[in-house]
Design a protein around this ligand. Structure first.
Ligand code: SF4
Length: 607
């Protein structure tokens, strides 16, 4: 199979057996790879009703056909599992160099199943695959483990690891790779922690077969050239995603004080420019990236190095917690990376706790004497540590804001900014109905990366409720996750304007298979409907209630800033949801119709 390593590595942690099996060409035809392969494997291999933290759940680490090649940004790995945070589908994408090394070792994917009795790490050196004792790594931070394994095994090994938060089964623990790249959302790290798999170390020396080497080289070079010559390249490389901070604040979309507002009055001190001038020490790229958005930083104040903070981290651990010192945000980022916590969910949980404290829903009796207030960095650092250790109030927050609000009862639910049990990422959207719809319908919970539709709201009218907004969300939900199927970064398209027309020809030169752009979009729609079907299968009574927006977005107008007073009414968000279901070919309860499943060749899988 051109473009593929051709093998899947299966790790049974219970029996301590590792096997390889061929990559099924029929799965490649229908789902291509990456998140497509892993969604199919999750649906078909993990039994209905499996405990996310039990032996029946699996973690699928999956590369795409472009991964590890010279297509710009071809460094993305999808990690999929049944989420311990939401109980539904979880899929997180991580950059860095993991996918390239895994393919060079001869594997397109790893399927991890069972549970180990004691801590282990997975060692892969081409065909030598071993489960090795990790008792000396257990209890250590993700970054520390990465450094230690590189010292023990050699720099050429690529490491993915989990931290103490995963060991303690915090439901939004992440997997860290390359000293600061994360598969962040949905608790993919938590499942590795439950399986006692502390890390994966991989090195490879094989090559990827290419159908038409000359054409592939020519097309890849043209894509590189287009990225480098983009007008946006210089600014993108200089600031990375942190360049979005000031823009988001100006349009009233920067979540502030637990999403009470979209405007942070002290935002100037968190901007990409301030960050670049004060703490950034170097740029940092994923595999084959022509314009690195990664920023490696050092905070003198706290004496640590950290990759970031990226936009989402500054939004959620900065403005949303009202921290106005970029060095404090960088330190909170470092704490999350080392402890192995998703910064988006952590920032939400901290801000939720502070607002509960300020509104008298919890008190110092609940926090062990810790006084919580927005902007108090020292208390926030302490709270992050308590969450990772499940200590005191950290126990309540370790399962996310939905769970915490259910335990606290009363008005707490109105302060929990989440969809499907996942905390909302960094765009306040009460003046952006398409962005809000993106959060409502995202297939992992309230995550921005499937459909970043806020620019469309700005383009066509922020308060407008219209069918074209539903159509745009659907279009983005097919294009953006397609990159996770291909195994490449989407930011070359989003930020540098690389034309989507490049992708079908370069994939054809790589694999030798003639697929049009429409074929690729069809695959992406197939995956979207399969993950929707997974939610339906795993969640009793699943339907449109699960696509409800957070109460704050329709009950409470924005408190301050340029969007002050705005909200999307319940009637309007439901009207938009109706348009969305209708255009997707789903019924009024959000269930794919039999005709839609048949059209997408899913009937034999979903039934
Ligand atoms: Fe990685 Fe950023 Fe480059 Fe994408 S743009 S490949 S996330 S460094």
């Amino acid at each position: 199979m051109f473009g593929y390593a051709g093998r899947v590595l299966r790790i049974d942690l219970t029996r301590r057996v590792t096997t390889t099996e061929p990559y099924d060409p029929e799965i490649a035809r229908r789902f291509l790879g990456g998140r497509g392969f892993s969604a199919y494997t999750l649906y078909t291999e993990v039994p209905t009703g499996a405990d996310p933290l039990g032996p029946d759940n699996k973690v699928i680490v999956s590369t795409g056909p472009l991964s590890g090649t010279l297509v710009p940004g071809a460094g993305k790995t999808d990690i999929t599992t049944k989420s311990p945070e939401t109980g539904g589908y979880a899929s997180a994408s991580v950059g860095g160099l993991l996918c390239a090394e895994l393919k060079y070792a001869g594997y397109d994917a790893i399927i991890v199943e069972g549970i180990s009795q004691s801590p282990v790490y997975l060692f892969i050196d081409d065909d030598l695959v071993e489960l090795r004792d990790a008792s000396h790594l257990w209890g250590k931070g993700s970054l520390t483990v990465e450094e230690q394994l590189k010292t023990e095994l050699g720099e050429a090994f690529q490491i993915a690891s989990v931290g103490p938060a995963a060991e303690n089964l915090v439901s939004y623990a992440c997997i860290t790779h390359d000293f600061g790249r994360q598969a962040g959302r949905g608790g993919v790290g938590t499942v590795l922690g439950a399986k006692k798999l502390k890390a994966i170390a991989v090195r490879g020396s094989k090559s990827i077969p290419i159908a038409d080497v000359e054409t592939f080289r020519t097309l890849s070079r043209a894509m590189f050239k287009a990225c480098m010559e983009s007008d946006a390249a210089e600014v993108w490389q200089k600031y990375g995603t942190a360049g979005v901070v000031s823009w988001a604040n100006e349009i009233g979309a920067l979540p502030t004080r637990n999403f009470q507002s979209g405007f942070f009055e002290k935002c100037d001190s968190l901007s990409g420019e301030v960050m670049r001038d004060s703490i950034v020490v170097s740029d940092k790229a994923c595999f084959a990236c022509p314009c690195p958005c990664g920023k490696y930083s050092h905070t003198e104040k706290h004496g640590v190095f950290v990759e970031g903070p990226e936009y989402e981290t500054t939004a959620l651990l900065g403005a949303n917690c009202a921290i106005a010192d970029i060095e404090d945000v960088a330190y909170a980022n470092y704490l999350c990376d080392e402890l192995g916590l998703d910064t988006i969910s952590t920032g939400n949980c901290v801000a939720f706790a502070i607002e509960c404290f300020e509104k008298g829903i919890i008190s110092s009796a609940d926090t062990g004497g810790l006084e919580l207030s927005f902007g108090d960095s020292a208390a926030i650092f302490k709270l992050i540590g308590m969450i990772a250790a499940r200590e005191g109030i950290g126990e309540l927050l370790a399962s996310g804001v939905k769970h915490a609000a259910e335990v606290l009862g009363g008005k707490a639910a109105d302060l929990a900014v989440q969809v499907k049990g996942m905390e909302m990422s960094g765009y306040e959207s009460r003046s952006a109905p398409a962005m809000l719809l993106s959060y409502m319908t995202c297939d992992v919970g309230a995550h921005h990366n499937r459909s970043w539709a806020i620019t469309y709201d700005l383009e066509v009218g922020r308060d407008k409720i219209s069918a074209d907004k539903a159509a745009k969300v659907i279009e983005l939900q097919h294009i953006r996750p397609l990159f996770d199927v291909l195994g490449a970064c989407r930011l070359q398209w989003v930020e540098l304007g690389l034309s989507l027309e490049h992708y079908a020809p370069v994939l054809q030169a790589l694999t030798g298979q003639d697929r049009s752009w429409d074929d690729l979009m069809r695959i992406s729609e197939r995956v979207w409907n399969l993950t929707r079907s997974y939610w339906i299968r795993e969640t009793a009574g699943f339907g449109r209630d699960w696509d409800s927006p957070p109460p704050r977005t329709w009950k409470e107008p924005v408190a301050t800033g340029p969007t002050k007073g705005s909200s999307v009414s319940w009637e309007d968000n439901q009207r938009l949801l109706d348009m969305y279901y209708q255009q997707r070919g789903w019924d009024e309860n959000g269930i794919p119709t039999p005709a839609k499943l048949a059209e997408l060749e899913l009937t034999d899988i979903v039934g």
